[in-house]
Design a protein around this ligand. Structure first.
Ligand code: G3P
Ligand code: MG
Length: 266
């Protein structure tokens, strides 16, 4: 009898430890737990206050209590991964040049608002590591044909800086995610969906996605129910209104991307 009780206890302990490990793996990154009730991700850092996607934006986010930031990665003409959102410098520097037509050196000569420069992904990763900040790396190839190489270059940099534990990856360019899955299967993946996207269901399944990342303007209660029933978390962009944020959280949304994470966060 004693033996049976001991065996049952041992089994229970093994199960408990196993479940514990499994729970551990549920975080969006290994670095972050999952139990935030209102999880707000700093969209491109913290936008209205400091120029987006810059070193200052990420520092600002950290100083204001943000736990995770989102950023966009694309490649220069000489295939250096940089953190920038648009394909051209029109909006940020009133310059029509394309990012993928400038070398990194040429790009550094162009001034962004507040005297900032487009940072290399490497410089940003080093800063995030120093700040101990988790990050949603959005792979944003400037052309579809750069889908794989952009994922490869981003991963090389994450690996070289030993930063995988802090990374969650997403992309509208789903080939980038398939490439990333090959390179770093343990990093969780979010399928970004926009109104022109083909059906995300099959892709999310093949990608073994963690989440579906949806535009706040397109998300409906029926979609929320469906995505949840398929077992994915939902991340929503871009939410800058507290009321909208609260409604989304009440509907079970896992996280929102906000330009004002310091105001909307817990
Ligand atoms: O990842 C959420 C959001 O950043 C996607 O849209 O255009 O801001 O990169 P965009
Ligand atoms: Mg983005």
């Amino acid at each position: 009898m004693k033996k049976i009780i001991l065996s049952v206890c041992a089994l229970a302990l093994i199960l408990f430890l196993f479940m514990g490990k499994k729970m551990e793996r549920q975080g969006i990154t290994k670095h972050l737990p999952t139990d935030y009730k209102q999880f707000v991700i700093g969209h491109r850092g913290a936008r209205p206050m400091v120029p987006e996607n810059t070193l200052s934006a990420f520092k600002y986010a950290k100083e204001h209590g943000v736990k995770m930031v989102e950023l966009d990665v694309m490649l220069t003409a000489d295939k250096i991964p940089v953190v920038f959102h648009d394909e051209t410098l029109k909006r940020m520097a009133r310059n029509p040049a394309r990012i993928d037509e400038l070398t990194f050196e040429e790009l550094q000569k162009i001034e962004l608002p507040a005297g900032e420069r487009v940072p290399s992904f490497d410089a940003v990763v080093k800063l995030l590591k120093e700040l101990d900040l988790s990050v949603n790396v959005e792979i944003k190839p400037s052309k579809p044909e750069f889908a794989k190489i952009t994922a490869q270059k981003a991963w090389e940099c994450i690996k070289a800086n030993d930063f995988a534990d802090h990374v969650f990856v997403s992309s509208f360019e789903w080939d980038s995610l398939f490439e990333f899955k090959k390179l770093a299967p343990s990093i969780k993946r979010g399928v970004l969906v926009e109104d022109v996207s083909p059906d995300w269901r099959e892709t999310a399944k093949k990608l073994e996605a963690f989440s579906i990342n949806y535009d706040a303007n397109l998300l409906t209660p029926a979609l929320i129910e469906e995505i949840h029933s398929l077992g994915y978390k939902i991340l929503v962009w871009t939410v800058n209104d507290k009321k909208v944020a609260n409604t989304l959280f009440e509907q079970g949304i896992f996280a929102i991307f906000s330009d004002e994470p310091d105001i909307l966060g817990e």
